[in-house]
Design a protein around this ligand. Structure first.
Ligand SMILES: NCc1[nH]cc(CCC(=O)O)c1CC(=O)O
Length: 323
């Protein structure tokens, strides 16, 4: 009996990046898929360009540098399913693949990891006391735009430092004293069991997260209809609606994931979606921020809000387009 199951149902191969964060989130999905299907799920590590390139992310652009190799492996039949951070997923739907599930998302907000347990406000006050700006690390134009905008509004003196690297590397800059603080996604910290190292969860009024932040994407081949329909059980409808609105906005702005664009939607089980979005210059001098609520298609809501933002000059704020 067990022999027969073993023959009919070889283990499902789940493709993942090999960073600690990717392995943690892939492990979570693997466990859920194993429970769902009764099949074994094995992790297949795949190296993506985003993992090996030493260029700044804003330079190599938001064209799926963490995603392409996983998609190629799916299309080649080397793996059965792939798990991505939804915020790293390009908005263009790929030929031959389906976004089979968007599981319930975690806290979408950004977190501050600062020295000495400090909040952002405390950090800038202490730094000002010592007569120097607070040195805060992030390579994200979106985070820079909002940090700089906050500093302008509050008169805080901050110096932003472009950094990249995995979560461990980034937190390491604070531990070593090279930086006073770094900004990271709370969901990533949480999945690594390191949310306790956050010294403040940044309110979305101060720091609107990236479209899709905190959510995962489970992709499989469109040809594997059986697997796709099994995976659909992992889908969380309110999360799917929210990220659909956020990504429709991003697509309509023609911005990549490295553009200074923040968007956060929430959707009720009754189907009402509220979307807030922001586009700003990296220096924080100019920001366009709008919101919309509707009970219709989340996609339409995202597109309509993008149109209003473009009418307010959003395109001119996004700088050089990276396609
Ligand atoms: N750009 C890298 C990336 N992609 C997804 C996450 C965090 C987890 C998530 O948003 O789901 C991170 C790290 C970060 O921004 O701190």
């Amino acid at each position: 009996m067990s022999d027969q199951i073993g023959t009919d149902h070889p283990p499902l191969r789940l493709g993942t990046r090999r960073s600690a964060l990717a392995m943690a989130q892939s492990g979570m999905v693997a466990k859920a898929v194993a429970e769902l299907t009764g099949r074994q799920v094995e992790l297949v590590e795949i190296t993506t360009y985003g993992d090996t390139s030493r260029e700044a992310l804003a330079q190599i652009g938001g064209t799926g540098v963490f995603v392409s190799a996983l998609r190629d492996a799916l299309l080649a039949g080397d793996i059965d399913l792939a798990v991505h951070s939804l915020k790293d997923l390009p908005t263009a739907a790929p030929e031959g693949l389906v976004l089979a599930a968007v599981p319930e998302r975690e806290d979408p907000r950004d977190a501050l990891v600062a020295r000495d347990g400090l909040s952002l406000q405390e950090l800038v006050e202490k730094s000002a006391h010592s007569g120097r700006p607070a040195r805060i690390g992030t390579g994200s134009p979106r985070r820079l735009a909002q940090l700089n905008s906050w500093a302008r509004e509050t008169g805080a003196s901050i110096e932003s430092v472009a950094i990249r690297g995995n979560v461990d590397t980034r937190i390491g800059y604070v531990a070593s004293g090279e930086l006073d603080a770094v900004v990271l996604a709370a969901a990533g910290l949480n999945r690594l069991g390191r949310l306790g190292e956050a010294t403040q969860i940044l309110d979305s009024e101060l720091m609107l997260p990236a479209p899709g932040q905190g959510a995962l994407a489970v992709e499989c081949s469109a040809a594997d209809a059986e697997l796709a329909s099994a995976l659909a059980a992992l889908d969380h409808a309110p999360t799917r609606a929210a990220v659909t609105a956020e990504r429709a906005l991003l697509a309509a702005l023609e911005a990549g994931c490295s553009a200074p664009v923040g968007a956060l939607a929430s959707s009720t089980p009754q189907g009402e979606t509220t979307l807030r979005a922001l586009v700003g210059t990296v220096d924080g001098a100019t920001v366009v921020q709008l919101s919309a609520t509707g009970t219709g298609s989340p996609e339409e809501l995202g597109r309509a809000l993008a149109a209003r933002m473009l009418a307010e000059g959003a395109a001119g704020l996004m700088g050089e387009r990276i396609k």
